[in-house]
Design a protein around this ligand. Structure first.
Ligand SMILES: Cc1cc2nc3c(=O)[nH]c(=O)nc-3n(C[C@H](O)[C@H](O)[C@H](O)COP(=O)(O)O)c2cc1C
Length: 174
């Protein structure tokens, strides 16, 4: 598929069927992270692919709102970064997460970003720390976000290219 059309078609999908993501597709999704550019080529990502239902249910409690997509997804991919290896870990993790979102769409799968950094669970635990505890992630590895993935159980309209914020674009100077 043409990449521009992929940009138009990709939407956040928060409801999924029970069909598992095939092992071949899981591999392509993980490769999308590992193929991403990173600052100084530090490649400091640490990725945890979760398919276990009990663990997925626990991850869904990482914050009271905005984690609904974790309730029905058959696969959640936690993007974390070894913060000792890279000072641009937030940028690197965000780029990798974006690659993953587009790879999912290219495979006909739905996906959604679940923000962790700066978010809190119901008892006030930071959401990234909550995820560290659930998955046994060491302290120097910071979970940035979780990407829920699965076969789409909702249809979203493609983006409307007539409604793009061209007023935010400046040419040559502000
Ligand atoms: C940095 C970032 C954080 C986001 N956090 C969440 C989140 O915690 N929960 C959620 O359901 N969607 C989250 N989203 C998805 C946005 O809500 C979504 O991209 C936006 O509403 C535009 O809709 P679209 O992706 O369907 O085009 C996040 C997206 C980004 C880029």
């Amino acid at each position: 598929m043409d990449f521009h059309q992929l940009l138009i078609d990709r939407r956040s999908i928060r409801r999924y069927t029970e069909q598992p993501v095939s092992p071949d597709d899981v591999k392509l999704l993980l490769e999308a992270v590992l193929l991403s550019p990173s600052s100084k080529s530090s490649r400091a990502w640490q990725i945890i692919a979760v398919e276990d239902k009990t663990t997925l249910a626990r991850l869904a409690d990482c914050k009271p709102a905005g984690a609904v997509s974790l309730k029905s997804c058959p696969l959640a991919i936690v993007i974390a970064e070894d913060t000792t290896l890279c000072d641009a870990w937030i940028e690197d993790g965000s780029v990798a997460a974006t690659s993953l979102l587009f790879q999912a769409e290219a495979l006909g799968l739905g996906a959604c970003w679940v923000q962790l950094r700066g978010r809190f669970s119901h008892d006030g635990t930071p959401s990234d720390q909550f995820v560290q505890e659930v998955l046994g992630i060491p302290e120097h590895v910071s979970p940035l976000c979780i990407i829920s993935v699965g076969h789409k159980a909702e249809e979203r309209k493609p983006q409307n290219t007539d409604a793009l914020k061209w007023e935010n674009v400046h040419i040559d100077r502000w």
